[in-house]
Design a protein around this ligand. Structure first.
Ligand code: ADP
Ligand code: MG
Length: 419
């Protein structure tokens, strides 16, 4: 009996839609690439490399542009005998300190047999090793620190660009390329870091629908068989992408989700309907992940707002959510947070797109205040925070939504009426 059979009628190369795929060329980023290329030019001239700071939201091509240009730079530098170029690429996701980065850099410069432990040394000695190893390598060395916004202290961002001026390096010509997904990261840098790291700043703006269309068409040509995509599919993915965040990754994910749905259903073409359903599925996944990542108090605040919303009380001010939140916190055996911290949780929920916010004016003399309401479907939210519902108890308002067939159905609390 055959269990597995190839089902490649839709995809020519599905991997072209995956995150790790590097496109042959970038579309619609000419201006940024030109600036970036000019900033890298000193390397080819055998000069001290610039320090470069790249910033923009996620999915706007920062990593792709860097890999693309550095691959070309390496190829083209190979034509000059007097240029010896090394590129060290480090993604800082999961790294939180300059110490961790410095030890990773040391190890990437060393052979397998000479690796150092990533804990236990004083930071100053790790830097000593780093300078020595960089000088041993010699030539031009570009250090790329991608997603540097994960790093909590800026020591390495100061030390690396200044190493030569400080007399720590004699031979190696080191340039630092810092990439950040977080706008505020740049503003929060200390002035001394800003002046050295941000020698050349390049901003990558969000993509509009037209940009996204071009990117999706390029990717779709590689990924799908001819004639599989209905005409409306790419424009629709691009329109959603532009409306959401101008994020190319999100749009490519959507195209892949639509393709997967079509493949599962064994249809011959991908249609608008697949895109719409794919979008709902991805959205649900994102929200679920967002809720899972919240703290216990985040869940309690959300649960309070959810029940009030179901009772028709929303939109509500933070102080009107508070009594119920406080009660829920007590039921969960937790000390309620102070009002200000509770409000921070509401803001976080709004940022995740789970809660909607409206700014209101208090009239001529008053300031503004914010009102909150729920922006997501109830079952999805409940299913993502069942643990909290179990400790607090099932509020009357959500009882109809709690899966009646669930084995571990928590007891319904009767005396919720007064909260
Ligand atoms: P960032 O690093 O800014 O978060 P990426 O460089 O990882 O974004 O881009 C996200 C996805 O979109 C990657 O798959 C990348 O190949 C693709 N992409 C982004 N911009 C372009 C572009 N201009 N042309 C082609 N593909 C692109
Ligand atoms: Mg990136």
């Amino acid at each position: 009996m055959v269990l597995f059979e190839r089902d490649n009628d839709i995809y020519r190369d599905r991997d072209a839609l995956r995150e790790d795929y590097q496109p042959e060329a970038l579309v619609g980023r000419d201006e940024e690439l030109q600036t970036y290329q000019a900033a890298l030019q000193p390397v080819i001239n055998g000069e001290q490399p610039n320090n470069i700071f790249l910033y923009g939201k996620t999915g706007v091509g920062k990593t792709a542009a860097t890999k693309y240009l550095l691959a070309h730079l390496k190829d083209d530098a190979a034509q000059y005998d007097d240029i010896d170029l090394s590129v060290i690429f480090l993604n800082c996701d999961g790294l939180t300190s300059s110490y961790q980065i410095a030890t990773r850099l040391v190890n990437s410069l060393r052979s397998e047999a000479n690796q150092i432990s990533t804990t236990g040394y004083p930071l100053a000695s790790v830097y000593e090793m780093l300078w020595e190893d960089l000088d041993d390598r010699g030539g031009s060395i570009l250090v790329v620190l991608d997603e540097i916004d994960h790093v909590n202290d800026d020591s390495i961002l100061y030390q690396l660009p200044r190493a030569r001026a400080n007399g720590d390096l004699d031979v190696a010509k080191v340039g630092l390329i810092g990439i950040s997904n977080d706008f505020s990261f740049r503003d929060d840098l200390s002035p001394k870091v800003k002046s050295s790291l941000c020698e050349q700043e390049i901003h990558f703006p969000a993509y509009n629908a037209e940009n996204l269309r071009a990117i999706l068409e390029q990717r779709g040509d590689v990924a799908f068989h001819d004639g599989v995509l209905s005409d409306e599919v790419i424009p629709l993915c691009a329109a959603y992408g532009a409306k959401d965040a101008g994020d190319a990754r999100q749009s490519i994910d959507l195209l892949m989700k639509a393709g997967d749905l079509a493949r599962d259903e064994e249809t011959a073409t991908i249609t608008e309907e697949h895109v719409r359903r794919g979008r709902r599925a991805l959205e649900r996944g994102r929200i679920k992940e967002g809720i899972n990542g919240l703290t216990e108090h985040g869940h309690l605040v959300l649960y309070a707002l959810l029940t009030l919303d179901l009772e028709g009380e929303a939109p509500l001010r933070s102080r009107d959510v508070r009594p119920r939140y406080t009660r829920f916190a007590e039921l969960a055996n937790r000390d309620p947070l102070v009002p200000r911290r509770m409000r921070d949780h509401l803001s976080e929920l709004a940022m995740l797109g789970i809660v909607s916010v409206t700014e209101r004016n208090e009239g001529r003399r008053g300031g503004t205040y914010r009102e909150y309401a729920l922006d997501m479907d109830v079952e999805l939210i409940l299913s993502a925070m069942m643990e909290t519902v179990e400790v607090v108890g099932v509020h009357d308002s959500v009882a109809p939504y709690v899966d009646a067939d669930a084995n571990a159905e928590p007891p319904t609390l009767e005396d919720f009426s007064e909260v």
